[in-house]
Write a protein that binds this ligand. Structure first.
Ligand code: GLC
Length: 732
């Protein structure tokens, strides 16, 4: 049996010799011919952290890259000098880092950025992050995280763009282009790494690292598109994920890593494992030992083993040579992966310029004002207004005092979110400072801590209550500490942790005008708040400019325009809940025997695409250019949007399409387009969308992309629920 498996693996590994021709192929081949087997394997090894950093191993050419973190340019240059000047062939190292939403200037977390529906701005933020990271020695960032997720119990939902593959694909492209620029040789760029490949966001139960078992259709329609978008945008690398996928761990999955990535998509970038995810094949009980794990990881298509930060985390370095010498792995397989790594080093220009050119960065600094302005704008556009009954917001200029209550008011750490790289709390504008700077001495601020994020101490409630009673308006800032968001931070409950809701209820009893601002990394079940509090804002973790963005929003300098990119459930019991659900054979009605719950409506608390403004927009006069088109035709739909309120504002006009009847049961709607527009008071604009055959296509029973004749419904609105529809028909 083992022999059969080995034969299959050898055949597989040989079949993977199809890297796309590349401008560096000749140089790579010349270099490869000089390299020993140890040196080739060295290129496939990434060590993590300083503990594992071993100058001797670098001198011997047994390390290809280092996850260096934020140790800075001098340390990077010092280590690089060992590789370039003291190893036999002088092959430079790649230095990697997790620059997820900013390096020193911290931008809103990705789930917040996505709520801006502003890919151009997101791209600018990634450009700034790349510049700052590259100036400190980072060549390669492990971003963008492009995992689609429909389960807010999963802590890493904060790192992605939400539940929709169309929007997720657009944002993936924006971030890859922002990080990589037009040429990776440009010193102010970094190599991107789309992660975590693939379907990591579908972990069963929302429990991090848990199994994923989904249909190929779901894989291809939901989880692969953002990776495909990253590949088409030129991502230099992809990171394989921890989860097993349909019985095969993603870090040893030949179907996804080679058949799809290399054969279908013709991609010749670098695949790096996640942190020791190859070694974890043993925990999956998919490999008997680290040696078999190495065999399975490499032959499936993982080029680099991101070894753990302990010597026994290594899998490729101690085992690949033996596997080759025992004839279990063909040396050509090693060569193919080494080529991918060397190609990235050539693309990065490291053979010509291995060291951080500090003079270049000194002479080409991005001004702090510019960086802060982009961070502020993105933070403002990430804010989602969930409710504003009685129009308490924006705050009346006439108020004399304001109570600021809650554990986030003076916080400068949690608001940076879960991956804050070189972000410094001292450089973050806190909520208290942001509001103080805005109101100066015009308005008295009564601050009270109120309670902690997540314990049962209510001793601060009385002081908070008295601060409220002394004030014209009360704003409470609550949510999740960043330790409850991100990796290894799954929750079974989406409720506000600790006694924060009790604090809100206590302050609500004062009868003062009340605003609740949420700062969190996932949808929260805030039913009581939504039903009882006049104004509610979703502010996520906004990064360096948090305090200024929130002040500008509360006082109307910024009119919130954010739109949720993830459904907010009423309860965790509704999960998975997302806007593109299917009709089922018994769509929910008042009748008993239909698809619904006894104890909750099917509808979410807030639907995908939802977000209010201080003004109001009306939609009308929807028109279509043709009611009947042939299968390869396009059609144009237009609609008028009018600003009917009292403030100028931005609106994200969203286009959804339903294929009314098809050979596959399809979602009730899918996002197929959006436009973010600015409307002044009373202004009306006609917005049009061109609907192409590609927008009507889906994968048929044989996984082929098809457009089928029949009726289609076009829905346009300011969120996925409140839409205006018009239909057309496609004929053969
Ligand atoms: C972590 C994460 C991954 C990150 C890597 C390196 O476990 O899964 O997103 O890039 O390890 O820090």
């Amino acid at each position: 049996m083992m022999k059969k498996i080995i034969l299959l693996l050898i055949l597989i590994s040989i079949s993977s010799i199809f890297a796309q021709p590349d401008e560096y192929d000749e140089k790579i081949s010349e270099l490869l011919d000089k390299m020993t087997l140890d040196e080739k394997i060295g290129q496939l090894v990434q060590i993590v952290g300083v503990e594992r950093f071993s100058e001797q191993r670098i001198k011997e050419g047994k390390v290809g890259s280092i996850l260096i973190g934020t140790r800075g340019a001098d340390e990077v240059n010092r280590i690089q000098r060992i590789a370039v000047e003291e190893s036999r062939l002088g092959i430079p190292l790649i230095f990697a880092n997790d620059v997820i939403h900013g390096y020193r200037t911290i931008f809103p977390v990705p789930l917040a950025e996505a709520s801006s529906w502003n890919p151009e701005l997101i791209q600018l933020a990634s450009e700034i992050a790349a510049f700052e990271a590259a100036s400190e020695g980072t060549h390669w960032t492990y971003a963008p995280m492009v995992d689609i997720c429909r389960d807010p119990r999963w802590g890493r939902i904060v790192e992605g763009s939400g539940e929709d593959p169309f929007l997720g694909s657009i944002i993936a492209a924006a971030r890859v282009k922002g990080f990589q620029g037009s040429n990776l040789k440009n010193k102010n760029t970094v190599a991107a790494c789309a992660k975590h490949y693939v379907a990591y966001g579908s972990a069963e139960g929302g429990r991090d690292y848990n199994s994923v078992d989904i249909s190929e259709r779901t894989l291809r329609e939901i989880y692969l598109p953002p990776f495909y978008s990253a590949v088409k945008s030129g991502t230099a690398s992809i990171m394989s994920s921890f989860n097993d996928l349909n019985g095969i761990p993603a870090s040893a999955n030949y179907f996804t890593l080679t058949e799809i990535l290399r054969e279908e998509w013709k991609w010749n970038g670098v695949v790096i494992s996640d942190y020791n995810s190859i070694g974890e094949l043993v925990n999956h009980r998919f490999a008997a030992d680290k040696k078999e794990a190495a065999l399975k990881g490499l032959t499936a298509g993982v080029d680099i083993d991101m070894a753990g930060d302990t010597i026994d985390g290594d899998v490729y370095s101690p085992h690949l040579k033996n596997l080759v010498e025992e004839g279990l792995i063909d040396e050509q397989t090693i060569n193919n992966s080494a080529k991918n790594v060397l190609r990235l080093k050539y693309k990065l220009g490291l053979f010509d310029n291995p060291y951080v050119d500090k003079e270049f960065f000194d002479q080409n600094q991005l001004s702090k004002n510019y960086k802060d302005s982009i961070a502020l704008k993105l933070a403002e556009e990430s804010i989602v207004l969930l409710k504003n009954e009685k129009n308490i917001l924006p705050l009346d200029k006439g108020i004399k005092s304001i109570a600021l209550i809650g554990p986030f008011v003076t916080d400068s750490v949690n608001i940076m979110g879960s991956w804050s790289a070189a972000g410094r709390p001292a450089e973050v504008i806190t909520i208290l400072d942001g509001i103080k700077n805005f109101v100066t001495d015009r308005i008295k601020i009564n601050y009270s801590f109120g309670c902690n994020f997540d314990d049962d101490d209510t001793s601060g409630f009385s002081e908070a209550e008295s601060a409220a009673l002394q004030s014209d308006v009360v704003i409470i800032f609550v949510g999740e500490p960043r330790s409850m968001s991100g990796e290894a931070a799954s929750r079974t409950s989406l409720d506000l942790p600790g006694v924060q809701l009790d604090l809100i209820k206590r302050i609500h009893q004062t009868g003062k005008p009340l605003v609740v601002v949420l700062m969190n990394g996932r949808p929260l079940t805030i039913n009581w708040i939504y039903e009882n509090v006049s104004s509610v804002i979703e502010a996520w973790y906004l990064g360096s400019q948090t305090g200024k963005a929130i002040a500008n929003t509360l006082f109307g300098k910024n009119n919130p325009s954010g739109k949720l990119t993830i459904t907010f459930p009423r309860s965790a019991g509704q999960i998975p809940i997302y806007y593109y659900q299917k009709s089922t054979g018994r769509p929910a009605t008042d009748a008993k025997y239909t698809s619904k719950y006894l104890d909750s409506p099917n509808t979410p608390l807030f639907p995908f695409g939802y977000g209010k403004s201080y003004t109001t927009f009306s939609y009308g006069n929807i028109k279509i250019s043709k009611a009947l088109i042939s299968i390869n035709d396009s059609v144009e739909v237009s609609i008028d949007i009018t600003n009917t309120g009292k403030f100028a504002g931005d609106e994200v006009v969203q286009l959804y399409i339903q294929d009314e009847t098809a050979s596959i049961t399809l979602p009730v709607k899918l996002l197929k387009g959006f436009k973010k527009i600015k409307l002044n008071l009373g202004e009306k604009k006609e917005i049009s969308f061109k609907i192409t055959p590609d927008m009507l296509s889906f994968l048929d029973i044989e996984m082929k992309k098809v457009v089928e004749p029949g009726k289609f419904k076009v829905m346009i609105g300011g969120n996925s629920e409140d839409v205006i529809s018009i239909s057309f028909e496609v004929t053969e």
